[in-house]
Ligand binder design. Structure first.
Ligand code: HPA
Length: 247
């Protein structure tokens, strides 16, 4: 049975609690293997698919993720609607640690990643419209679900995608701020563009793990704090999903 909704879990989210009637799919794609098996199961009476973007033991770095295989695998399983869950650093004042946000724009600073399914084979190149990089209906669905679940959410913001796996310098974040970025993460691209190439309805749920370099009071970003904040932010996902799946 095709999933009603697929989730790609990022740092701090490697499995979905509460799934029933679970099946694991080791999907092969023309682009190679996805990060891990796709897990499908029922939640609140609806079919869900879940894939851990970094692998279930977080062994795949952002620049080494096979984004094409991940999205193709979800599409092969019949997914049409996808939420990418991404840990991010906060740049804008209202994007502090533990905030949840649904960005509406992207600036891509990554390099050397495979960014398209157009790979020089015989298939005609497709120049997708990416003026609005996320699906309006998925974004609205997420924001409405947060309202119903009484989970605070920031509607909108520009996601700056960096190469990682290192965090950024203060100067890099200062430049990103001048560019108009509100959030910074390492995995938002090329995932969003590839999802559009596959005609998937895709939106990002960003979980703020820390102040980006130079944005908070602290001189250094602590990994312990990142994980503690992510755990807190992730704990709200079941409420959002419940509201979303009930709709
Ligand atoms: N920068 C980039 N990616 C991130 C950050 C950050 O500060 N925090 C969590 N993911």
């Amino acid at each position: 049975m095709a999933p009603d909704l697929a989730l790609i879990g990022g740092t701090g989210l490697y499995r979905l609690a509460g799934l029933e009637d679970v099946a694991e799919h080791r999907v092969d794609t023309p682009w190679g293997r996805p990060s891990d098996a796709v897990v499908t199961g029922n939640l609140h009476g609806r079919r869900l698919a879940f894939l851990a973007r970094h692998g279930s033991n977080h062994s795949i770095a952002p620049h080494q993720i096979n984004y094409r295989a991940n999205l193709d695998a979800l599409k092969q399983l019949g997914a049409k609607r996808v939420i990418g869950i991404n840990a991010v650093g906060g740049i804008r004042e209202d994007m502090g640690p533990r905030v949840l946000a649904v960005p509406d724009q992207i600036i891509d600073y990554t390099h050397g990643r495979i960014t398209s399914f157009c790979d020089g084979s015989d298939v005609a190149v497709r120049h997708i419209d990416f003026s609005e990089p996320y699906s309006a209906s998925m974004r609205n669905g997420l924001i409405e679900a947060c309202r119903r679940a009484e989970v605070a959410i920031v509607d909108g913001g520009c996601y700056g995608a960096t190469q990682g796996p290192r965090l950024e310098t203060r100067a890099e974040i200062a430049r990103m701020k001048r560019d108009g970025c509100d959030l910074v993460g390492m995995t938002g691209m090329p995932e969003a563009a590839l999802a559009r190439e596959l005609d998937l309805d895709y939106a990002c749920l960003a979980l703020v793990a820390n102040w980006a370099a130079g944005c908070g009071d602290e001189a250094e970003i602590s990994l312990d704090e990142i994980f503690a904040n992510l755990e807190q932010a992730t704990s709200r996902i079941p409420m959002i999903l419940q509201a979303m799946l009930a709709a």
